[in-house]
Design a binder for this molecule. Structure first.
Ligand SMILES: Cc1ncc(COP(=O)(O)O)c(C=O)c1O
Length: 362
C-alpha cells in the first residue's frame, strides 16, 4: 500500500534526537530557541514562538489578541476542527463564510457581508498548503480594524504574491507527524508584534517571565528540545521537501485524465505557490466510496480531509452556532474531496501506480 502520508525520518533526525538525549537538556534548552529563530527566518517575521502543538498555538493566539466572550471570528467551515475549536476555547463565536470551490479556501467575496460590530478577527486557513487569497482579506481587515490570525498549520514554506505565509498577521503552524515539516507533535506562532509575542510566551509558560512569579493565568504549552531537534532537522530540508511535493503534484496533474475526477487548481499567480500538504481531487462523476474502494484495491492509500464541514459537527450544532447557516459550497466539497499521496517519499513507480489507478476509476 502506498501510504497517504509518510514522515521522512533520516539520519539527521535520529542524530538530532540522540544529541539532545546525550546533552541532558531535554526541555528549555537551545534547540527550541534555534527552531524559533529559523522558523522566523523562513516566515520573515520578527518573532516565532514554539508551542506544544498547532491547536495550542491557535488557542494562545486568540488569547494574546484579547479575543473572548461577545467577540466574533470569521473563518472557513472547511478545515480541521482545531481552527474553529480555538475560537470556542476563548468563548468567542465562530462565524462561517463559504469557500471557493476551486481553491477550497475562504471565498473572499463573501467575507464583508459577515462583518458585524462584534467581529474581532478573520481566521483564514491555508488549506492543503495553498495560500488563502490574502490581499482582499488584508484590505477588509484594515477597513474594519480586524485582527488576522492565519491558520498556517499545513502551509510552512508557501508564498502568496512573493510574501511568506505566516507573515500576514499572527500565524499558527502545526508540526504534527504528517505535516510538511514535523516534530512528531509541535506548533509555532509567528508575528511581527512585540507585545503579542510577549503575551504568547507568557501564556505558554504559566504566565511567568521570572521563575515562580506569575503575572497572568497561563498554561504549560512548552515544546520539548527533543521535538524541536526533529523539527530543526526537517526545517533544514524544507526547500528539498517542498520541491519534491510540488514536482509530485505536477506529475499527478499531468498524468490524471479521468473525467470522473477534477484535479486540484494549478495557481499561476506570480509569486504564489502551494506547498501541497495534500493533493486533493474532487470526485464528481462517481460515488466517492466506490472510488476509495477501487484505489484501496489498487494499493493506493487515500484520505478524506474533511468529510464533515465544521458548521455541521455535532458540538458546533449543539452550541447553536450553525442555526440557519447555509454553506452550500463547503457542504458539496466535503462530499467530493479525496486526497491522494503526494509526500516526498513517493517514487516514480509510486506516482505511475497512483495515476494508473485514478485513470481506471469507473
Ligand atoms: C488546518 C489545521 N489547523 C490546526 C491544526 C492543529 O494542529 P495540531 O494537530 O498540531 O494540534 C491542524 C493539524 O492537524 C490543521 O490541519
Amino acid at each position: 500500500m502506498i501510504p497517504i502520508a509518510k514522515p521522512l525520518i533520516g539520519d539527521a533526525e535520529k542524530r538530532a534526537v540522540l544529541d539532545v538525549l546525550d546533552s541532558g537538556m531535554l526541555v528549555q534548552g537551545p534547540r527550541v530557541a534555534e527552531l524559533e529563530a529559523q522558523w522566523a527566518r523562513v516566515c520573515g517575521t520578527r518573532h516565532a514562538i514554539a508551542i506544544v502543538n498547532g491547536t495550542a498555538a491557535l488557542h494562545v493566539a486568540m488569547l494574546a489578541h484579547g479575543i473572548g466572550p461577545g467577540d466574533e471570528v470569521i473563518t472557513t467551515p472547511f478545515t480541521f476542527i482545531a481552527s474553529v475549536n480555538s475560537i470556542l476555547y476563548v468563548g468567542a463565536k465562530p462565524v462561517f463564510v463559504d469557500i471557493d470551490p476551486d481553491t477550497f479556501n475562504l471565498d473572499v467575496s463573501q467575507i464583508e457581508a459577515a462583518v458585524t460590530p462584534h467581529t474581532k478577527a478573520v481566521l483564514p486557513v491555508h488549506l492543503y498548503g495553498r495560500p488563502a487569497d490574502m490581499e482582499p482579506i488584508l484590505a477588509l481587515a484594515a477597513r474594519h480594524g480586524l485582527k488576522i490570525i492565519e491558520d498556517a498549520a499545513q502551509a510552512i514554506g508557501a508564498h502568496y504574491k512573493g510574501r511568506p505565509v505566516g507573515s500576514f498577521g499572527t500565524a499558527c503552524f502545526s508540526l504534527y507527524a504528517t505535516k510538511n515539516v514535523m516534530s512528531a507533535e509541535g506548533g509555532m506562532i509567528t508575528t511581527d508584534d512585540d507585545e503579542i509575542a510577549r503575551l504568547c510566551r507568557l501564556l505558554r509558560q504559566h504566565g511567568s517571565e521570572r521563575r515562580y512569579y506569575h503575572d497572568m493565568l497561563g498554561f504549560n504549552f512548552r515544546l520539548s528540545d527533543l521535538h524541536a531537534a526533529i523539527g530543526l532537522a526537517q526545517l533544514g530540508r524544507l526547500k528539498d521537501l517542498t520541491t519534491r511535493r510540488q514536482a509530485n503534484a505536477r506529475t499527478l496533474t499531468q498524468g490524471i485524465n479521468n473525467p470522473l475526477v477534477i484535479t486540484p487548481l494549478t495557481d499561476n499567480t506570480p509569486g504564489t505557490d502551494s506547498v501541497w500538504h495534500q493533493y486533493t481531487l474532487r470526485v464528481v462523476g462517481m460515488d466517492r466510496d466506490a472510488a476509495v474502494q477501487q484505489l484501496t484495491a489498487a494499493g493506493i492509500g487515500t484520505s478524506i480531509f474533511y468529510p464533515v464541514p465544521a458548521h455541521q459537527q455535532r458540538h458546533i450544532v449543539e452550541m447553536g452556532y450553525a442555526q440557519g447557516v447555509a454553506l452550500p459550497v463547503a457542504e458539496q466539497i466535503a462530499n467530493e474531496v479525496l486526497s491522494l499521496p503526494v509526500h516526498p517519499a513517493l517514487s516514480e513507480d509510486d506516482l505511475s501506480s497512483i495515476i494508473a489507478a485514478v485513470n481506471t476509476l469507473h
